[in-house]
Structure formats: C-alpha cells, structure tokens
Design a protein around this ligand. Structure first.
Ligand SMILES: [Zn+2]
Length: 78
C-alpha cells in the first residue's frame, strides 16, 4: 500500500498576519492622528473595518452606516 503524499482533510498551517494597528496612526511631532474610526462601544484601540458605506466592529459586531450612503439609498427608494 502506497502512502499518499497529500493527506485529505489536513490544512496547511498558516501563520496569522501580524496586527498592524500602528498603521492606523500617523505620528507627527506631537500629535497622533487616527486614520481609522474606533468603535464607540469598545472604545479607542478597537478599530472599525470600513466597508462599502459602513464601518464594522469585529469585536462587538457593531455596524455604523455612512450617513451619506443611507441618505442616498433612501432617496433612490422614493
Ligand atoms: Zn466594538
């Protein structure tokens, strides 16, 4: 019986991508500017992932909709 090189059902281990939260900040001489919006529920440090017209928090599943997008949708329904 030959041993198969590929074992079914076993996924190749992939390392998790490094948390790149520092990319969300821009540090100038004395000011720290946040690039991304932080979650109002989880507080600063937890960033919202920005999608199409909405921002989503992966921690508490909070979704914030862009006001402009919502207004446009409401207008198109009329
Ligand atoms: Zn949150």
């Amino acid at each position: 019986m030959a041993i198969k090189s590929k074992i079914k059902g076993k996924k190749k281990h992939l390392n998790k991508p490094t948390s790149v939260k520092y990319k969300k900040y821009t540090v100038s001489s004395d000011k720290i500017t946040k690039k991304a919006r932080s979650c109002p529920r989880c507080g600063p440090g937890i960033f919202l992932s920005v999608g199409k017209g909405r921002a989503y928090c992966g921690k508490c599943h909070f979704t914030e909709f862009d006001k402009k997008e919502v207004e446009l949708k409401l207008e198109s329904k009329k």
